[in-house]
Design a protein around this ligand. Structure first.
Ligand code: SF4
Ligand code: SF4
Length: 181
């Protein structure tokens, strides 16, 4: 396991993480993040920890895996910090040092399996996949699902991209390249 100071150095120098020194801890990022309630630490707290050098804890947090790159936080940040990019960098660093996202695997697979099969993901596909793996969590979201359904905000039909064979060939090649990089 790498020490906190080596990891902090790597984050700041190799991944341009030194930008988080400009963070004023206003909390606009965490306040606007749709996933913050499910994160171990919101982006504000994660950056505070990284600045303090608690890098092993940062890299083990589910925060970096839950980030869906929606850019809400970036739009709101008064210091123009590339929060989403840092989330991505931290995820890359975690992978590099062999930290896996165990708690997130179900969510990841629920997202990934339909995308690999159809090239697209609908809310229903993701919810069904996750519900099969986590019935408790799925039940908690039933009221929200029904509300979305009543407002016609859920796409019920499974959807696929037009050239699914081509898409799957691209995916296969990307995986090969990932293995050798
Ligand atoms: S919005 Fe920007 S400045 Fe405010 S806590 Fe988040 S990263 Fe820091
Ligand atoms: S980009 Fe990531 S951290 Fe920022 S608001 Fe969206 S999910 Fe949250």
């Amino acid at each position: 396991m790498m020490t906190d100071s080596v990891l902090r150095d790597r984050f700041f120098k190799k991944y341009h993480g030194q930008e988080i020194e400009n963070c004023i801890q206003c909390g606009m990022c965490s306040g606007s993040c749709p996933l913050a309630p499910h994160m171990d630490f919101g982006p504000r707290q994660l950056f505070a920890m990284a600045r303090e050098g608690d890098m092993n804890e940062v890299l083990h947090a589910n925060t970096i895996w839950l980030c869906v790159s929606c850019y809400n936080c970036v739009v709101k940040c008064p210091r123009g910090i590339s929060i989403t990019d840092h989330m991505y960098s931290l995820k890359k660093m975690a992978t590099e040092v062999g930290i896996k996202p165990p708690k997130m695997l179900h969510l990841y697979r629920s997202f990934n399996a339909p995308v690999e099969k159809n090239g697209r993901l609908t809310d229903v596909m993701a919810m069904a996949g996750y519900g099969l793996r986590h019935p408790g969590a799925a039940m908690a979201n039933v009221p929200l699902g029904l509300k979305m359904l009543s407002r016609k905000r859920l796409e019920l039909k499974p959807a696929s991209v037009k050239n699914i064979d081509g898409f799957q060939r691209v995916l296969k090649k990307a995986k090969e390249l990932e293995r050798v990089s």
